[in-house]
Design a protein around this ligand. Structure first.
Ligand SMILES: Cc1cc2nc3c(=O)[nH]c(=O)nc-3n(C[C@H](O)[C@H](O)[C@H](O)COP(=O)(O)OP(=O)(O)OC[C@H]3O[C@@H](n4cnc5c(N)ncnc54)[C@H](O)[C@@H]3O)c2cc1C
Length: 458
């Protein structure tokens, strides 16, 4: 029987990063993956969607090339070749997935392809082979768990309704598309298909398209999406899927039709077959862990989407590192207050830390400072002036407690905010941080100056 310090079930961004880190810390590691290394993120989530969004952005830019002094492009001759977009996406994915295989080899991580069955906390079976481990990390992710809406099952079976995975395998770009749900992925798919020519309607039952997003920022994004042609139906509940279309209820009942519907409604943890372990799960069925990522059973850890804390790839990876550090004797925790969240819409929306509402709830005496991208040199040069940077800082020392960015480069810019907040930095520190000119990031410095006293450029 093969013996390991750590057995990891699932090779997604939680599992594969945990494996590499554990090996670097000197552990003998086995990873069991039943489908594809890279998990949802690399194969069906983060990377494929961004590859397609990047194609869509190129297309948008070609269409507006005349604004940048480029002539000779006949817009009527420019179109999107969906098949080529998909094959480019596949080659990006394949490159990254094969990269993980190489990293496993380099770090002596042993990979077992197959379905893992946990026998007990120290024994796992894969393809009839028993692996023995001192510690077990469950990194099996989560799967769609659609609610019981009449007609949805049938619509999924006949291909009119799709989950995100099926949407990435569409044979052609739908002329009319309904997207149902209010998470970041619903917005990304709406952005993508709208940019490449579908007539998109986004239906969701909340007040705002990203319920947990900073309200001012979400409203601005919503305005921009509508301006770009996406129809948004808020506070609208889907009651049924029929031959005619989707029946919704808002103020009154209505039917909306489209060629396809993409559905983002609910997830469940992948823990089928693990019932005999008596793992403690929360009310939604996700494995409960402490801040060391350990479950109620000593030696069994749960990381990533399967613990349902923050279903994001970078959180899964960070949790994986915390789990293996603790396993290998390095005390480690994760600061969930400093998790950046990004929506890859046009423009992007990114946040870290507290919103004004949360700062109020927590009793902070704080200041809000805001700088518009319309006053930023690079944003003007790129004609990407929609958006702003908003900093929330505590009045006592000027500590930055929240940053919210709407703007074309928001995903990159937010990392600076995370770094400075990790160091408990203040608006004084940020204002004194010399940023290269011209860059979008200068808007962060400006917002910091705004918090201190006066903006320079407005
Ligand atoms: C459309 C879409 C876009 C997304 N975009 C982003 C983004 O831009 N940024 C971001 O941070 N997150 C994004 N996400 C979320 C991100 O994909 C997940 O948070 C992340 O993949 C979770 O990682 P994980 O390792 O916990 O699980 P997963 O990635 O789901 O990996 C789990 C792995 O475990 C394997 N497995 C399960 N059970 C077993 C078993 N019994 N035996 C063997 N193997 C098993 C599965 O095959 C899978 O490969 C996106 C998700 C979607 C759907």
């Amino acid at each position: 029987m093969s013996k390991y310090d750590v057995i990891i079930i699932g090779g997604g961004p939680g599992g594969y990063v945990a494996a590499i880190k554990a090996a670097q810390l000197g552990a003998k590691v086995a990873v069991i993956e039943r489908e594809k290394l890279g998990g949802i993120c690399l194969n069906w989530g983060c990377i494929p969607t961004k590859s397609l969004l990047i194609s869509a952005k190129h297309y948008k830019n070609v269409l507006r090339s005349q604004d940048f002094g480029i002539v000779g492009i006949n817009k009527d001759n420019v179109s999107v070749e969906w098949e080529s977009m998909l094959s480019r996406k596949d080659s990006v994915v394949n490159k990254l997935v094969s990269g993980i295989t190489m990293l496993f080899k380099k770090n002596n991580v042993e990979l077992f392809s197959g379905d893992a069955k946990i026998i007990n906390k120290n024994r796992v079976e894969v393809n009839g082979q028993i692996l023995e481990g001192s510690n077990l990390i469950i990194a099996t992710g989560a799967t769609n768990n659609f609610p019981d809406i009449p007609g949805l099952k049938e619509a999924l079976a006949n291909g009119r309704a799709l989950d995100s995975k099926a949407a990435l395998q569409l044979e052609e770009i739908p002329k009319e598309l309904i997207i149902i749900g209010n998470n970041t992925y619903a917005i990304e798919f709406a952005t993508l298909f709208n940019a490449i020519g579908s007539k998109v309607t986004l239906i969701h039952n909340a007040e705002q398209i990203i319920p947990y997003g900073e309200p001012e920022m979400v409203k601005s994004l919503e305005r921009q999406l509508k301006k770009d042609g996406i129809k948004i139906l808020s506070k609208t509940t889907v009651k049924a899927f029929t031959q005619e279309g989707v029946i919704v209820e808002s103020k009154s009942e209505k039917v909306y039709t489209a060629d396809k519907y993409i559905v983002f409604l609910g997830m469940k943890a992948n823990i089928e077959g693990f019932e005999h372990l008596n793992l403690r799960v929360n009310s939604k069925g996700f494995i409960e862990t402490n801040d060391r990522m350990e479950s109620n059973i000593t030696g069994i850890y749960a990381i990533g989407d399967v613990n349902g804390k923050h279903p994001l790839a970078h959180v899964a990876s960070a949790e994986g590192i915390v789990a293996v550090e603790n396993i290998m004797g390095v005390e480690s925790k994760l600061n969930y207050n400093l998790i950046p969240q990004v929506v890859y819409s046009f423009p992007e929306m990114a946040s870290v830390g507290l919103s004004e509402e949360q700062a109020n709830e927590k009793g902070h005496n704080f200041k809000v400072s805001k700088f518009p991208l319309s006053a930023n040199g690079m944003a003007i040069a790129e004609e990407e002036t929609v958006g702003f940077v908003k900093i929330i800082s505590d009045n006592q020392y000027g500590e930055i407690i929240g940053v919210h960015i709407l703007g074309s480069d928001a995903g990159n810019m937010i990392s600076k905010a995370v770094a400075i907040m990790q160091l408990e930095g203040t608006v004084y520190d940020l204002a004194k941080t010399i940023h290269p000119h011209p860059t979008f990031s200068e808007a962060l410095v400006e917002a910091a100056y705004g918090a201190i006293g006066k903006y320079i450029h407005i």
